[in-house]
Design a protein around this ligand. Structure first.
Ligand code: PAF
Length: 279
């Protein structure tokens, strides 16, 4: 496995593979890898002979009062995990990062990035689309794999790829959960023991709402209230619970067609997100 710190280095490696006819799969991450990330590697492997993982805690997608400083980092452990999963190259940009000190160019998706996390985290998706654009230009993958846990991010990236004609196929892979249902996330490690005990309420709430849907409930307000009640009873502070169209992310007052029931909530200082498909 190659570990590259420099942009030219990873470009040279990937273009060598391409000349030999390899297809390149790419999994962009912010590191502190877990089984969810490693499942994305497996998805990339399904359609690629080479897999690249990037590890970069992207400063531009964090707001001023967010958890950039405390975001977990352990590149040595990440390298071991990548090696164990057969990753061909890890791109781990050096300390100066990916941005020039006077960086002033941004990529904006202006529709799907507005609701849900876009409302609570202004500027977040601008940081995501900009860094993903840079990473796509650097790695030049055939396929890039994103996780369904970040459902809005996956849709925003798919829209950007379509609108800006990136020659990349975006694959969205299912959520991987802990045995108690908590969606895997690097941020789970920021939870205290007590918060970690309470955080599975996110999935319990979503599952309870899904059960109400199966029993015939179709009103968004009723389904969202189920989630809010379960999360609040567990001591979480709800940021949002919304039922939205799976394609447009517009609110779906009544459940008709494919929707996603999405939740964001705080457990202590840590904000977690999760979602399920309904309809
Ligand atoms: O999902 C993430 O880990 C990040 O948002 C991504 C896609 C690596 C961009 O920094």
């Amino acid at each position: 496995m190659r570990v590259c710190r420099g942009i030219q280095e990873i470009r040279d490696i990937v273009s060598g593979w391409r000349r030999r006819g390899d297809r390149v799969g790419f999994v962009p991450t912010m590191g502190y890898l877990h089984e969810g990330h490693l499942s994305l590697v497996d998805w990339a492997r399904k359609s690629s002979s080479r897999v690249v993982v990037s590890i970069y805690v992207n400063p531009t997608q964090f707001g001023a009062n967010e958890d950039y400083g405390r975001y977990p980092r352990d590149p040595d452990r990440d390298e071991v995990l990548c090696l164990s999963r057969g990753v061909d190259a890890v791109f781990y940009p050096d300390e100066e990062g990916l941005y020039a000190p006077d960086h002033s160019t941004w990529v904006l998706e202006e529709c799907l990035s507005q609701p849900l996390c876009g409302r609570s985290r202004p500027g977040h998706f601008r940081g995501v689309t900009t860094v993903v654009t840079k990473l796509f230009h650097i790695v030049q993958p055939d396929v890039a794999v994103f996780g369904q846990k970040d459902a809005q991010q996956a849709l925003v990236v798919q829209r950007m790829v379509r609108d800006l004609d990136f020659p990349v196929r975006v694959v969205v892979a299912p959520i991987v959960r802990e045995p108690d249902g908590l969606a895997m996330s690097s941020r789970n490690t920021l939870l205290s023991g007590d918060e970690r005990q309470r955080a599975p309420a996110l999935f319990r709430g979503l599952s309870a709402a899904a059960a109400r849907y199966d029993a015939g409930e179709r009103e968004a307000a009723a389904l969202c209230a189920v989630v809010t009640d379960v999360v609040t009873a567990a001591g979480g502070t709800v940021d949002y619970v919304e039922l939205v169209s799976r394609e447009t992310l517009r609110p779906a007052p009544r459940l008709e067609g494919p929707t996603v029931l999405a939740v964001a909530a705080w457990f202590g200082r840590t904000r977690l997100i999760d979602n399920v498909f309904l309809g």
